[in-house]
Design a protein around this ligand. Structure first.
Ligand code: NDP
Length: 315
């Protein structure tokens, strides 16, 4: 039997490229001299798509691939794939859950510590020669112990963050659409939670329902000692409202790994000394990215050999 044809629109992790080359016929769209001609000539042969990154995967591409069966997404967040359009065509979409929980939770807690204790700013102070020239770095207003943490999105990663927060002496509450059987206080309302906590950790997926859930009102509810950490998706936070809240000290500080229009980060945010900014590195270690890449390949392999995807998000 001939090997299934898999299309890769943009370059991906070596584990995915090599795994696909071993098992399937791999079409590298980004290398084609004329991508449009390649789609016209080979589009009907394509049965699988391997995707990752910001490029939008939607009906425009699906229409060129009439025999597509599966979209294997690199990443647990799949907001760049139009899942509804895939479902309408009976196409399965998969993601890479589980294998990155610890990495992302570690990054989230590190970002929280950096933000509360101004560790990035203190490091810049030393590197600029200011310790020797001006004396010790100013005491931070805030401390980690005793903070009241509210997690927006207590899923796989959110729970891993909650487990890490406890030994730091933080209390934990959460807001999801539905309550879970966990030893943390559940808030049916995000605003109610924001009023009750001083630290908001965002770990929900980016989609139409979560867009700008964290708005000016939620930020104000956090209060003047409030800290926002966003490790989920940039679209969940109203970035303009956040910049305003940081400038007026409506909240004390923010630690961000994700942004509304990546990789473009507003200069106003960069200029703020009470924001700690990471370039979307939540899962970005070699071991974790390899594990994510392997799950992309395993999903495609399982689908084409056993007719079953390992981690589908639809169907
Ligand atoms: P899960 O699906 O396990 O958890 C998501 C949680 O969010 C669920 O508990 C869900 O609960 C809640 N949720 C979803 N929609 C809403 C909503 N509209 N309002 C309130 N709560 C909601 O996902 P993961 O923990 O695996 O991943 C979470 C997200 O983290 C990913 O989607 C991705 O965007 C982001 N991420 C970021 C990374 C980075 O590098 N910064 C790396 C990896 C992931 P319920 O259904 O009850 O509402």
């Amino acid at each position: 039997m001939s090997r299934p044809t898999v299309l890769m629109p943009v370059p991906m992790h070596d584990v995915v490229v090599e795994g696909c080359e071993e098992r399937f016929e791999l079409l590298r769209l980004w290398e084609a001299a004329d991508p449009d001609a390649l789609l016209a000539e080979r589009g009907a042969d394509v049965r699988g798509l391997a995707v990752g990154g910001h490029r939008r995967i939607d009906a425009t591409l699906f229409d060129r691939l009439p025999n597509l069966q599966i979209v294997a997404n690199f990443g647990v967040g799949y907001d760049s794939v139009d899942v509804d359009a895939a479902s309408e065509r009976g196409v399965i979409v998969t993601n890479t859950p589980g294998v990155l929980d610890d990495e992302v939770a570690d990054t989230a807690v590190a970002l929280l510590l950096m933000t509360v204790r101004e560790l990035a700013q203190a490091e810049r102070y030393l590197r600029a020669g200011r310790w020797a020239a001006e004396g010790t770095y100013p005491l931070t207003d805030l401390t980690v112990t005793g903070r009241r943490l509210g997690i927006l999105g207590l899923g796989r990663i959110g729970e891993a963050i909650a487990r890490r927060a406890e030994p730091f002496g933080m209390t934990v509450g959460y807001h999801n659409r539905s309550e879970k059987d966990v030893p943390y206080r559940y808030y049916p309302s995000l605003l109610e939670m924001a009023r009750d906590v001083d630290t908001l950790m965002v770990v929900v997926p980016g989609n139409a329902a979560t867009r700008h859930l964290v708005d000016a009102e939620v930020l104000e509810a956090l209060g003047p000692d409030g800290v926002l950490v966003n490790i989920g998706r940039g679209t969940v936070v109203d970035e303009v409202a956040l910049i305003g809240a940081l400038k007026t000290r409506t909240i004390r500080a923010a630690g961000l790994d994700v942004y509304e229009d990546e990789p473009n980060v507003p200069q106003e945010l960069i200029d703020l000394d009470n924001a700690v900014l990471l370039p979307h590195v939540g899962s970005a270690s070699k071991p974790t990215r390899r594990a994510m890449g392997q799950l992309v390949v395993d999903n495609l392999t399982s689908w084409f050999t056993e007719g079953r995807a390992l981690t589908p998000v639809n169907g």
